[in-house]
Write a protein that binds this ligand. Structure first.
Ligand SMILES: Cc1cc2nc3c(=O)[nH]c(=O)nc-3n(C[C@H](O)[C@H](O)[C@H](O)COP(=O)(O)OP(=O)(O)OC[C@H]3O[C@@H](n4cnc5c(N)ncnc54)[C@H](O)[C@@H]3O)c2cc1C
Length: 443
């Protein structure tokens, strides 16, 4: 069989490797519009802060490794422009030679990811305005972040905005963070975000919340950011207001798209058209708590969906079990972690719910070196099943969010959480762990 994969990063190359590892005799062609394959985008902010030494460290496998070691025909600088699902043909342009090519496939995987959005703000094409998605992006940002570039404006208080705020501060920049919402990190409830705001202010990040950007001024290069509240001087702007799936080249194919224009897939990563699969940031994910498709573009989902797509492309039936909405990020000294539904989402989904919020510690209360943490749990008022959890703290937040996400995956109740046999010793927790302390407070 001839497999074509569009996109050579997390989802696409995970699929390609599954095909290579679990079958023989197939032809695999990967069409990637960039120059780099299979790299850890999640590590990009840490290259600027120096926690990751070089962008080279983020690259798992280079195109030549895929070609020479695994026999995958990886073609970089190839942008797919159209797909003919009836003739089973993919049309692409070679960006280095402007040559048009067409390739026939037996099975196709769309793993084209997502791209950062810049709203149609006045002056958005000025030099000095960046988004962050790829290795070349961070290289450009780092080149621009010279000593003369003192003032940085970040637009968007999601995870990329927050991680980059920390990175810019770590290299001595004065950071202003603008978000039109009333609080940073909207995946957390407003009551939890107070801790994030305090951390930002303590670390010198100037917050402008509830403020909408309308444009930029400058002579070729950006000099000011204009909002509905004022105009601020800036030397560099990072726009981190979200991403949109790269699916526009699929117009007129009949491939069904759902939320945010992401490709709708079933549990086998099959699209609405036979022999066409999709995975990663260009596709939807089934949300186990919401019991419907969602769009939460994350590397953890892209790798899993890619792997499952690859197996199904060679008829090794395996299903994607869905997500529960777990994510984590470091913001200066804090760990921000969440899983399932926030209270805001539980409301939106019209679940009758209760919440419990506690202040606890990562170690036993009497243990001298303990870090405080705030833990919020949302559970169903009638069935008592867990709906979600949010933790903001320092050490120990990561392990507890994974306890909660595992509990959510298995549809546990708040009472069952209390019954769990969790590891205990004073340097790690109290005899009742923080998650159990919260569960014990349930009505
Ligand atoms: C700064 C940053 C930090 C992140 N941190 C985290 C984190 O901590 N945890 C987490 O889970 N996730 C994180 N993510 C998200 C994660 O990186 C993405 O979810 C993941 O890379 C998606 O993989 P993908 O293969 O679906 O798409 P992509 O990585 O977007 O890859 C798609 C590929 O397709 C190519 N392509 C697109 N259109 C075409 C076309 N028409 N023809 C040919 N090729 C095409 C693109 O060039 C790209 O290489 C982060 C992302 C960024 C940018």
């Amino acid at each position: 069989m001839r497999f074509i994969i569009i996109g050579g990063d997390a989802a696409g190359m995970s699929a390609a490797m599954q095909i290579v590892r679990n079958s023989e005799g197939h032809e695999i062609t990967v069409l990637e519009k960039g120059e780099i394959t299979s790299y850890g985008q999640c590590g990009l902010p840490y290259v600027m802060s120096g926690e990751v030494e070089s962008t080279d460290d983020l690259i798992a496998r280079k195109p030549e490794t895929f070609r020479e070691k695994y026999g995958i025909d990886v073609r970089t600088s190839h942008e797919v422009t159209q797909v003919d699902c009836n003739q089973k043909v993919v049309y692409a342009e070679r960006l280095d030679t402007n040559e048009d090519i067409e390739l026939k496939y037996d099975r196709l995987l769309i793993a084209s990811g997502a791209s950062p959005v810049i709203p149609p703000w006045k002056g958005r094409d000025l030099r000095g305005i960046y988004t962050l998605k790829t290795i070349p992006d961070i290289q450009e940002i780092m080149e621009a972040a010279t000593e003369e570039t003192g003032k940085v404006t970040i637009i968007g208080g999601g995870y990329i905005g927050l991680e980059m705020a920390e990175s810019f501060v770590s290299i001595g920049k004065k950071v202003r963070l603008i978000d039109r919402g009333s609080h940073l990190a909207k995946i957390f409830d407003e009551d939890m975000s107070t801790h994030i705001h305090e951390e930002a202010e303590q670390k010198g990040v100037e917050l402008h919340l509830g403020e909408s950007v309308t444009g930029f001024n400058g002579d070729e290069k950006v000099q000011t950011v204009i909002t509905d509240h004022g105009e601020y001087e800036t030397d560099l702007v990072l726009v981190a207001v979200g991403v949109t799936p790269n699916t526009s080249f699929l117009e007129d194919t009949g491939i069904y798209k759902g939320m945010n224009d992401a490709i709708t897939v079933n549990a086998f990563m099959e699209t609405s058209i036979l022999d066409i699969f999709a995975a990663g940031d260009c596709a939807t994910q089934y949300h186990r708590i919401k019991q419907k498709d969602d769009y939460i573009p994350l590397g953890t989902h892209a790798n899993k969906q890619g792997q499952i797509a690859g197996l199904n492309m060679i008829d090794r039936r395996r299903s994607f079990k869905g997500i529960v909405g777990t994510s984590i990020l470091k913001f200066f000294d804090l760990t921000l972690a969440r899983t399932g539904l926030s209270e805001h989402e539980a409301n939106q989904e019209k679940f009758p719910y209760q919440t419990i919020t506690i202040e606890s510690t990562h170690a036993a209360g009497y243990y001298s070196k303990n870090d405080s943490m705030t833990l919020k749990i949302v559970y169903h008022k009638e069935s008592r099943k867990l709906l979600g959890g949010q933790i903001i703290g320092k050490r120990g937040a990561d392990k507890r969010i994974d306890v909660l996400s595992t509990a959510l995956y298995h549809q546990m109740t708040i009472d069952e959480l209390e019954d769990l046999d969790l590891a205990y010793a004073p340097p790690y927790n109290g005899v009742w762990d923080a998650v159990q302390q919260a569960a014990r407070k349930a009505d």
